[in-house]
Design a protein around this ligand. Structure first.
Ligand SMILES: NC(=O)c1ccc[n+]([C@@H]2O[C@H](COP(=O)([O-])OP(=O)(O)OC[C@H]3O[C@@H](n4cnc5c(N)ncnc54)[C@H](OP(=O)(O)O)[C@@H]3O)[C@@H](O)[C@H]2O)c1
Length: 238
C-alpha cells in the first residue's frame, strides 16, 4: 500500500485530497491544529488514517512530528503540504505579517526540507505543495500572503532543480489554485470558485502524472499566464 502525509488535512483542499487518497487505497497521515477534526476524519476509516496534531509555525518541531507519523504509516511515498494562512493586513501591522511568514515560510521550509532529505535518503518520493496563483504578483491587502506564496513557488523550483541534479526519482509538484471554495477563498472579487472535490480531483490526477506545475482548476492557467505579463499600472489598480 502506498503511504502519504497531508499537512493541513483538517479542512479544505487537504481534507478533500486525503479522502481521494484513501478511496484509492493509500494509508494517509493527516495533520492540522484542530484535533477534533482530525479525529472526525479518522473515525470515517480508522484503518486508513493516522493522525498527528501540530502547528507548523513551530518550525523547529516539525521533524519530530513527521518522523512519528512516518513510523505509524511504516514509510512514505508522497507528502502533500497544504497548510497555509492568509491574513488581510491593510494597516501593515508586523504582528499580523509575522503569523503569515511563520506558517507559509518557516513551517513550509522546515517541512519541504525534511521531505526532500527523507526522499533523498530512501532514493525516491514525491513532494506536492499548494502554493497559489497569488504568488505571481503583489497586492495591497495581504502583502505577506502574496510574498510568501512567491517564496514557495521559487523554493519548489529550487527543490526541483536539486532533485533533477541528484539523478534520483524525486518529484516536486507545485499546485497553484485560483479560487477554491474554502475558508481561504478571500477576495473582493471572487470568480471561477471551484468546489473542493473538483480541485482535489485535479490535484490527484496531477500527482499521478507527476506534473511540475499545475493550475487548479485548469482554466486558471490562462489567468496565471496573463497576470505574469500584466503591466504594473494594471496591477496597481488592485
Ligand atoms: N481556497 C483558495 O481559494 C486557495 C487559493 C490559492 C491557494 N490556496 C492554498 O491552499 C492551501 C489550503 O488552503 P484551503 O483553501 O484548503 O483552506 P483551509 O480550509 O483554511 O485549509 C487550511 C489548512 O491549513 C491548516 N493550517 C493553517 N495554519 C496551520 C498551522 N499553523 N499549522 C498547521 N496547519 C495549519 C489548517 O488546519 P488547522 O486550522 O486545523 O491547523 C487547514 O487544514 C493553502 O496553502 C492556501 O494558501 C487556497
Amino acid at each position: 500500500m502506498k503511504k502519504a502525509i497531508i499537512i493541513g488535512a483538517t479542512s479544505g483542499i487537504g481534507r478533500g485530497l486525503a479522502k481521494i487518497l484513501v478511496e484509492n487505497n493509500y494509508l494517509v497521515g493527516i495533520t492540522g491544529r484542530r484535533t477534533n477534526l482530525l479525529e472526525e476524519i479518522k473515525s470515517e476509516k480508522p484503518d486508513s488514517y493516522f493522525i498527528e496534531n501540530f502547528d507548523i509555525s513551530n518550525a523547529e518541531t516539525v521533524s519530530f512530528h513527521l518522523e512519528k507519523l512516518v513510523s505509524m504509516l511504516g514509510g512514505l511515498d508522497i507528502l502533500v503540504l497544504s497548510s497555509g494562512t492568509d491574513n488581510f493586513n491593510n494597516s501593515l501591522n508586523y504582528e499580523i505579517e509575522k503569523l503569515t511568514i511563520a506558517t507559509n515560510v518557516n513551517g513550509f521550509t522546515a517541512i519541504a526540507d525534511w521531505s526532500f532529505n527523507y526522499f533523498k535518503s530512501q532514493q525516491h518520493g514525491h513532494l506536492v505543495a499548494i502554493s497559489s496563483i497569488a504568488g505571481l504578483r503583489g497586492n495591497r491587502q495581504s502583502p505577506a500572503y502574496t510574498a510568501t506564496k512567491a517564496y514557495q513557488i521559487i523554493y519548489l523550483e529550487s527543490l526541483r532543480v536539486k532533485a533533477k541534479n541528484s539523478g534520483l526519482p524525486i518529484y516536486i509538484t507545485d499546485v497553484r489554485p485560483g479560487f477554491v471554495d474554502t475558508a481561504m477563498a478571500k477576495s473582493d472579487i471572487l470568480f471561477w470558485v471551484a468546489p473542493v472535490d473538483k480541485a482535489a480531483g485535479q490535484i490527484y490526477k496531477a500527482i499521478g502524472t507527476k506534473r511540475k506545475v499545475v493550475y487548479v482548476t485548469k482554466r486558471w492557467k490562462m489567468i496565471g499566464n496573463l497576470v505574469k505579463i500584466l503591466p504594473n499600472w494594471i496591477i496597481e489598480k488592485f
